[in-house]
Design a protein around this ligand. Structure first.
Ligand code: GTP
Ligand code: MG
Length: 203
């Protein structure tokens, strides 16, 4: 697949339970992060279709596990966000169970892309989520979002601060990407990383 060629992506299912997701026969890449960080927008930017995943200015738009099939070969998965302060505890617990089970039990999940808003200093809720992934041995990369909203210097500073904070409890920093869905920054790098990871699937 050449990354500048058009990508064919289609919606497959929305599920509240990993057991209702499509058969785990294709490599799968999931996008997760705080509510409103830009997960659905990033998926749309990657596949070049603004209307594929539903986006909103209001946090909490994506509520289920949404599978999109790309080039008939792999899945992109849009997940609901965490850390939405206004959500009641019962909702947050439901999220934890649904997403935790999905992340731990999906055998074809090759990599989780954890989205971090590059405008902010390191946030506890993101670091705690990474700890969860670490405990469960779920492979992940970091995707810093909304690069168009800050200067390149500020983006660099915040990414560096995040990495330094991670190094307080991690020995290694995963692969990191800086992106903007609005300005299509980081698209090629992410698609290349997915292409590479695809090669390892099933080997
Ligand atoms: P939930 O599904 O609610 O968890 O949110 P999400 O993480 O899927 O975020 P979504 O893609 O719906 O985007 C949230 C808001 O941020 C929307 O208003 C988007 O237009 C905006 N947004 C997303 N990515 C970018 C970006 O790269 N730059 C800018 N300026 N705005 C962005
Ligand atoms: Mg969303």
């Amino acid at each position: 697949m050449k990354n500048n060629k058009s990508i064919e992506a289609k919606f497959i299912t929305s599920a509240a339970d990993y057991r209702k997701c499509p058969p785990p026969t294709k490599a799968e890449f999931a996008f997760i992060g705080r509510s409103n960080v830009g997960k659905s927008s990033l998926i749309n930017m990657l596949v070049g279709n603004k209307n594929l995943a539903k986006t909103s200015q209001v946090p909490g738009k994506t509520q289920l596990i949404n599978h999109f099939e790309v080039n008939k070969k792999w899945y992109l998965v849009d997940l609901p966000g965490y850390g939405f302060a206004k959500a009641p505890k019962s909702e947050r617990d439901k999220w934890g169970t649904m997403i935790g089970n999905y992340l731990v039990n999906r055998p074809n999940l090759v990599c989780v892309f954890v989205l971090i808003d590059v405008r902010h200093e390191p946030q506890k809720v993101d670091l705690e989520f990474l700890d969860f992934l670490g405990e469960k041995d779920v492979p992940f990369c970091l995707v810093f979002t909304k690069a168009d909203k800050v200067s390149p210097g500020a983006a660099e500073k915040n990414m560096e601060a995040f990495k330094q904070t991670m190094l307080l409890s991690w020995t290694k920093i995963p692969q990191c990407f800086l992106t903007s869905s609005d300005k299509k920054i980081g698209r090629e790098d992410l698609l290349e990383a997915i292409e590479e990871l695809n090669l390892s699937f099933g080997k």
